[in-house]
Design a protein around this ligand. Structure first.
Ligand code: PLP
Length: 440
């Protein structure tokens, strides 16, 4: 009753302010802003929260070389400063296609080509455009539990719903996807389901990958349940390059022999530079035009200059050089984090986790009675001790699976080695303090 009153009051306020329903669905400031505000207010705070990449390893020299090369010809320099196309620069799309198809050599990519690649300002924009093309208010996206919280918020901003599908150490469970679809069918809601969202490599927030046999299995379920309309799989590959132990599994897209079901999404943010804001999608034909029309409304094309820089980096083979360096840096940081979890956290709390083999995150589950939320005692104690993490509760879809309040996400990329250890020590101290004062 209270929350209904609050909602109605919020609605009156919105109408009086002349704001749209979309603005209201978008909710308050994202958690990233809340954490950022805390970090700014306390400069010695160590952030194990931000999904940033390591600052010192950003590719300054490689970008410098690429710009020099680009500007060594007046014609390309002028081209890079001009408007481009909505689809994206052909040189970048070609270079990307060569790289992606090479990575998929084991199974191959059928019904695909550079003409289906759309370049966006970061992969977040691609996710947004696909959601915009697919979703009406009340529609449903099925998501792995837990999932990338920015994506969850984005879906909500369309007035659409996120419904969780049970996942384990190998990602979304195909049988659970089937059960969830059957459950929605019984409720008469099957037609509202538009897409299934999975980050298939070293995902955010768990750092875990979708198991190799689950890739074709999820696709098979999506195809079989595409009854009145097509059910898309949005395969987010943002962390694909950040593999630290030589594993290379074919994407879900590679099993999609008709090329109709899977939207493959990629990014150079984690493997090169988030500041360049270059992301991409390999789209099924039916989505290509709608996404391009919507993108035209947003921007008439992503920054041409950045795309030409990125194309040069790819063509010269400099991306592989950089990724190799990043892999050894992040592998060391991952191992430092896991060592600290074992050596510092485990002695003070019965923490559960699955060691990731790539990516930028470690997902911890504390005993059930702990509350890791922003208003909870652990988060407050952690801030007092000078460290922040992402509370796990943000990473759960709104419906379907239960929200666990006892989880947290650690990002190990941004702090240097000294601060990473210091941050883990601070977290252990906060946990010890809360543990002795009863966590709830
Ligand atoms: C799983 C996942 N997908 C997509 C993105 C978006 O990244 P960008 O827009 O920088 O490509 C992120 C960023 O953290 C992410 O974690």
């Amino acid at each position: 009753m209270m929350s209904l009153l609050k909602q109605e009051h919020g609605d009156v306020e919105r109408v009086l302010s002349g704001l749209s329903r979309r603005a209201a669905w978008s909710g308050g400031p994202p958690i990233a802003n809340v954490l950022m505000a805390k970090a700014l207010a306390q400069p010695d705070l160590i952030s194990l929260a931000a999904g940033f990449v390591e600052h010192q390893s950003l590719p300054v020299e490689l970008v410098e070389k690429a710009i020099e090369k680009l500007f060594s010809s007046r014609a390309t320099a002028l081209e890079s400063l001009q408007y481009g196309t909505t689809l994206g620069h052909p040189r970048l799309r070609r270079a990307l296609w060569d790289r992606v198809s090479q990575a998929e050599a084991a199974v191959g990519l059928r019904h695909a080509g550079p003409e289906q690649i759309v370049i966006t300002a970061g992969s977040n924009q691609l996710l947004y455009l696909v959601a915009e093309a697919l979703l009406d208010p009340g529609d449903i996206v099925l998501c792995a539990t837990p999932s990338y919280f920015v994506f969850l918020g984005m879906i909500k901003s369309f007035g659409a719903r996120t419904v969780g599908v049970a996942s384990d150490r190998d990602g979304m469970i195909p049988e659970a996807l089937e059960d969830r679809l059957a459950w929605l069918e019984r409720r008469g809601e099957l037609e509202r389901v538009k897409a299934i969202y999975v980050a298939s490599y070293f995902d955010n927030p768990t750092g875990l990958s979708l198991g190799p046999e689950r890739r074709p299995a999820l696709l098979e379920v999506a195809q079989r349940w595409s009854r009145k309309h097509r059910l898309y799989i949005i395969e987010d590959c943002a962390y694909r390059d950040l593999s630290y132990y030589e594993e290379e599994w074919p994407s879900i897209r590679s099993y999609d022999v008709t090329g109709q079901h899977v939207v493959m999404v990629g990014s150079f943010s984690k493997s090169f530079s988030p500041g360049l804001r270059v992301g991409w999608g390999l789209l099924p034909p039916a989505l290509l035009d709608p996404v391009l029309v919507l993108k035209g409304h947003h921007d008439f094309g992503s920054p041409n200059f950045n795309q030409m820089v990125m194309a040069t980096i790819l063509e010269e083979g400099w991306l592989e050089e950089h990724v190799a360096r990043l892999r050894s840096i992040y592998r060391r940081k991952l191992e430092t984090t896991l060592k600290a979890v074992e050596g510092m956290l485990r002695p003070v709390v019965a923490v559960k986790y699955v060691p990731p083999r790539g990516g930028l995150y470690v997902w911890l589950q504390l005993p059930e009675e702990w509350d890791t939320g922003v208003e909870g005692p652990l988060f407050q104690a952690a801030v007092e001790d000078g460290v922040v993490y992402v509370p796990g509760e943000y990473c759960f879809p709104e419906e379907g699976e239960p929200t666990l309040r006892c989880c947290l996400r650690l990002s190990f990329a941004m702090p240097d080695d000294i601060n990473l250890e210091k941050g883990m020590e601070r977290l252990a101290r906060a946990i010890t303090r809360c543990g002795s004062a009863a966590p709830r």
